[in-house]
Design a protein around this ligand. Structure first.
Ligand code: GLP
Length: 259
């Protein structure tokens, strides 16, 4: 795992967008997308690169990490709609190559299995973008999620529903259930890139990167993956014990090093 500390959230977002651009330039076939405020800066920078620097996602398949159950894809807060609005419409992503789980499937468990099948056919994901919840979740794998989990129906914690209430107007309007890729599903991507910014993420980032590998902090499973880049701003890095080492690594990058 490489931990990259940037001065601020904007710089962290630019770094992650740069990693995506490099992967696209090298022929990335399948991109994994997440939602959340932390990724909005990344998506804005990708849109800018599309407008001014020729970045193109035309040939890429994109898979979404999760979707709310009971929320149709055209609902403004469906995670598929968020990705269309914030990213897909601005980087030339082909709607036929955008694959969110369906939140309105009659049988969510069957939809989860079918999503795994679609992912296996188009995958593996070359680059997976991730945010992290203040409780250490990735995707919607809440604490206690099996480290071997696959795409499935999950119940959100009230903390997560509260954190997402700002998008729905009130906590009561936030769905209780989601379909989310599992931790083992996420781990099949070749390169995982997690962005976290702000002081409210400092505890989760430290637990994920330096704490024990445990279902109590689902993001700690990233320690078992061979290629992970964690990009944080100074505020989210505040509780990392190995901060000095991460900075030392950044100062002494071997020639030709890439994330
Ligand atoms: C949300 C989503 C995640 C996201 C995380 C952090 O609930 N399920 O995909 O990465 O929590 O979100 P934010 O960046 O808004 O803090």
């Amino acid at each position: 795992m490489e931990v990259v500390i940037r001065p601020d959230a904007q710089d962290a977002a630019r770094t992650v967008a740069g990693i995506v651009q490099q992967a696209l330039d090298e022929g990335l076939g399948t991109l994994g997308l997440a939602t959340g405020s932390s990724l909005l800066g990344v998506y804005r920078d990708l849109a800018r690169r599309h407008r001014h620097e020729g970045l193109s996602c035309t040939d890429v398949h994109a898979f979404l990490l999760h979707e709310y159950v009971g929320i149709p894809a055209d609902h403004p807060q469906s995670l598929a709609a968020v990705i269309r609005r914030e990213l897909a419409d601005h980087v030339g992503l082909d709607p036929a190559r955008f694959h969110p789980p369906s939140g309105t499937a009659h049988d969510p468990a069957a939809e989860a299995r079918s999503f795994e099948h679609r992912l296996a056919e188009a995958g593996p994901v070359g680059l997976q973008l991730l945010g992290i919840g203040a409780n250490g979740h990735i995707g919607f794998n809440e604490p206690g999620s099996s480290l071997a989990s696959r795409t499935r129906l999950k119940t959100l914690t009230d903390d997560t529903r509260r954190a997402n209430a700002r998008f729905f107007g009130s906590i009561d309007a936030v769905p209780r259930h989601v379909i989310t890729q599992g931790l083992a599903t996420i781990g099949e991507a070749s390169h995982l890139v997690l962005i976290a910014t702000g002081p409210h993420k400092a505890h989760a980032v430290a637990a994920a990167a330096e704490g024990p590998v445990t279902a109590a902090c689902p993001a700690s499973v990233l320690q078992l993956h061979p290629h992970v880049t964690v990009v944080v701003d100074e505020l989210a890095a505040a509780r990392l014990e190995q901060r000095a080492y991460y900075r030392c690594v950044a100062r002494h990058k071997p020639v030709g090093h890439r994330y």
